[in-house]
Design a protein around this ligand. Structure first.
Ligand SMILES: N[C@@H](CCC(=O)N[C@@H](CS)C(=O)NCC(=O)O)C(=O)O
Length: 233
């Protein structure tokens, strides 16, 4: 059976892995995880002991966690068509560097905002965390803004899986109301270019449970309960 991506809603960073699978064009399935409801189950812990998304169930029944690892797994499947790159090449290093920046610095910048989101809003702590988050997100966006100064895409002149992951996180600036339109023109240009991409339109439709037209190899959803027998012992 084809690989299955366990993606999280709402607003999961797994969004980028859905986009990546669409771009790859090979058969895959999706398993929807409501992060506020399904994640604490014993069953989910069998797929991801740390109870996070994404998780990629591979053909041999093993589960790959961590976005950086799942993206590189997806990239490697597309090496023959120039979608991923062999380790040791300059392109591999460049893609790896971009993914590393996004999964560490950029992802972590939003951490205080997500902590605040989950807290009792009557305490003064969420307000403080939101201020910290506003600063960390600004710093990370400034870094991105200069990376994109002379580049159409994060890797330069070609679209890559770093862009797929980026668009899943970039929306958090608007969601938490810490980034204004026009504040980072290069970042905004990349966001607009990506939002028009059919795979991104598809991933939004999937998350929102609207009718979604795949331009890749999507073979449908599968429930978590149905997946457990596929896990390697
Ligand atoms: N380092 C992990 C982070 C995964 C992560 O924190 N995922 C979030 C969604 S973006 C999650 O599952 N959150 C659920 C929770 O913390 O309860 C990765 O890159 O995959």
């Amino acid at each position: 059976m084809e690989p299955v991506l366990l993606y999280g809603i709402p607003q999961g960073c797994s969004f980028g892995s859905i986009v990546a699978l669409e771009w790859l064009g090979q058969p895959y399935r999706l398993c929807r995880i409501d992060m506020l409801r399904d994640m604490q189950s014993h069953l989910y812990a069998r797929f991801h002991p740390d109870r996070k998304t994404p998780a990629l169930l591979l053909e041999d029944g093993t589960v790959l966690t961590e976005s950086a690892a799942t993206l590189q797994n997806i990239a490697a499947r597309g090496i023959p068509k120039g979608f991923g790159f062999a380790q040791g090449t300059r392109e591999f290093d460049r893609l790896n560097q971009r993914i590393a920046f996004l999964t560490t610095t950029y992802f972590a910048a939003f951490g205080p905002l997500w902590h605040a989101y989950k807290m009792d809003q009557n305490s003064p702590v969420p307000g403080v965390l939101r201020e910290v988050g506003r600063e960390t997100v600004a710093k990370a966006n400034e870094q991105l803004e200069s990376m994109l100064a002379n580049s159409e895409w994060l890797m330069g002149s070609r679209k890559s899986l770093a862009d797929a992951y980026f668009i899943g996180l970039a929306r958090w600036g608007k969601y938490h109301r810490v980034v204004e339109p026009g504040q980072y023109p290069n970042v905004d240009r990349l966001i607009h270019r990506l939002e028009a991409d059919p795979a991104v339109v598809f991933a939004h439709a999937i998350e929102d449970e609207r009718s979604a037209a795949s331009s890749g190899g999507f073979r449908g959803h599968i429930a978590l309960e149905e997946l457990s027998h596929r896990l390697a012992a």
